[in-house]
Design a protein around this ligand. Structure first.
Ligand code: ACO
Length: 164
């Protein structure tokens, strides 16, 4: 998979603190997160390996948390970010399911095919790690976007929110 001209994609690093937090503002309220808290979460994401991760799976494979950034090579800015979390199940012969979460393209970079590139990348990471399916929740307004990324509507989202 080749990156769009002038952009690169990689796992999120501690140095992406400002870029990731400002990019996520296109998605929702982020709140106040200190640099050290962000860095400890990145370390946590990097520390949790899949149960059956093989030693030879270096690089991008073998992680439960797969938060990626797309970076603008011209100025080093984070243009997009998103995660695929890989769940170890018992059903389907101890299968793996990928959950795509927190997809966000910075406003100034929207409409340049970066969102699709990010979803294609996260999807390929999920399948390369052995997921038998990949799922996500989204607003109705984003259904067409995900259909263009090869996803189809399935099931109904239910939720309950904490009162705290
Ligand atoms: C699981 C989750 O996290 S859901 C949350 C998704 N995130 C958000 O809603 C945050 C705010 N929005 C964004 O970050 C972005 O606009 C995204 C992620 C929805 C789309 O990313 P972009 O980079 O702008 O889209 P991209 O340029 O890759 O579009 C790919 C195709 O989808 C289409 N598309 C993109 N968004 C939409 C939309 N909302 N409705 C219909 N079509 C769309 C584009 O027109 C393009 O079509 P084409 O290939 O025929 O030209």
């Amino acid at each position: 998979m080749t990156s769009p001209e002038g952009f690169s994609i990689r796992r999120t690093r501690k140095e992406d603190y400002e870029g990731v937090l400002s990019t996520l503002k296109s998605l929702t309220t982020v709140g106040t997160i200190s640099r050290s808290h962000f860095e400890s979460i990145v370390s946590y994401w990097d520390s949790i390996r899949l149960l059956n991760a093989r030693k030879q799976e270096g690089g991008e494979l073998g992680y439960k948390y797969n938060n990626f950034v797309i970076v603008d090579d011209h100025n080093g800015q984070v243009a997009a970010t998103g995660n695929i979390i890989i769940e170890q199940k018992l059903i389907h012969e101890c299968g793996l399911v990928g959950h795509i979460e927190d997809i966000s393209v910075s406003e100034k970079y929207q409409g340049k095919k970066l969102g699709k590139f990010l979803i294609d990348k996260l999807t390929s990471v999920g399948f390369a790690n052995g997921c038998y399916k990949i799922i996500l929740d989204c607003d109705r307004k984003n259904v067409k976007f995900y259909e263009k990324c090869g996803y189809e509507e399935a099931g109904v989202e239910m939720r309950i929110r904490s009162n705290l």
